[in-house]
Design a protein around this ligand. Structure first.
Ligand SMILES: Nc1ncnc2c1ncn2[C@@H]1O[C@H](COP(=O)(O)OP(=O)(O)OP(=O)(O)O)[C@@H](O)[C@H]1O
Length: 238
């Protein structure tokens, strides 16, 4: 049975009059684990921004169920963060609790314990007082995962969660992502490592300025589809 949490109907996304992604139609099912892949400039981050609602469609419609609309969280690309902002790792992670705590209410003991637990889960138990600008790329990525743990959202969007992260950290964070999925959460992750996608992601959406293929990973990542995606992104596909 089909239980879509997000539906796209002929969606075009872009900036001003420039279309980055066009004619996207399809559904993300509740509890699914989907990789979004494609060459550089294919529109993967653009799609994530559209799903988060930070970018409005130029055309078409993105429909989220009430559950998804009120309970969605995103792990942004590390490059989009201002690492010079003088905030501690503890505070970065605690920001994940914002929805429950609100801006001005006191941070209760129970939320404090959640932050400590999240830091421990991602292997940063001793890093709470560190300023984020002093973290390595992999440590910062772990801190962002800890913030997602605090969010406790039903729909999770992750934009290149393993960029510049070593094997051990990737394995730890991948395990966390699988735990979220086994809890029935919907996980959508932008990835570049196709071997990882083949082994760990049942569903894949292959983009190249448009949808090349969307469905079971094994059939989506066929040599023909990958060739077509490269071809579309190499030319002027707009
Ligand atoms: N803020 C912006 N303003 C104008 N154009 C943008 C903006 N952000 C992205 N683009 C353009 O939209 C297109 C898609 O970019 P996007 O970042 O979604 O690609 P991507 O698939 O995530 O690529 P990568 O693998 O390199 O991260 C590109 O041509 C890019 O130059």
């Amino acid at each position: 049975m089909s239980h879509p949490v997000i539906e796209l109907d002929q969606v075009a996304l872009g900036w001003r009059d420039r279309v980055a992604l066009r004619d996207v139609t399809g559904q993300f099912q509740r509890g699914s684990l989907t990789a979004v892949v494609g060459p550089n400039g294919a529109g993967k981050s653009t799609l994530i921004k559209g799903l988060m609602g930070t970018l409005s469609p130029l055309r078409g419609q993105i429909r989220l169920t009430d559950e998804a609309r009120s309970d969605i969280a995103c792990l942004p690309q590390v490059g989009e963060l201002d690492r010079s902002f003088p905030i501690s790792v503890y505070d970065l992670v605690a920001m994940g609790a914002w929805r429950r705590v609100g801006a001005w209410r006191r941070f209760r003991k129970e939320e404090h314990e959640r932050v400590l637990h999240a830091l421990q889960t991602v292997g940063l138990a001793d890093f709470g007082a560190r300023i984020i600008g002093t973290l390595s790329g992999g440590q910062l990525q772990r801190a962002l995962f800890a913030r997602l743990l605090l969010h406790d959202a039903r729909v999770l969007l992750l934009d290149e969660p393993f960029a510049a992260v070593d094997r051990a950290t990737t394995d730890d964070l991948m395990a966390l992502m699988h735990t979220w999925n086994s809890e029935g959460r919907t996980v959508i992750a932008v990835l570049h490592d196709l071997e990882m996608v083949r082994t760990a992601f049942p569903q894949t959406l292959l983009l190249a300025g448009q949808v090349v293929a969307w469905g079971e990973t094994a059939s989506v990542l066929s040599p023909e589809n990958l060739h077509l995606a490269r071809h579309l992104c190499a030319g002027d596909y707009l």
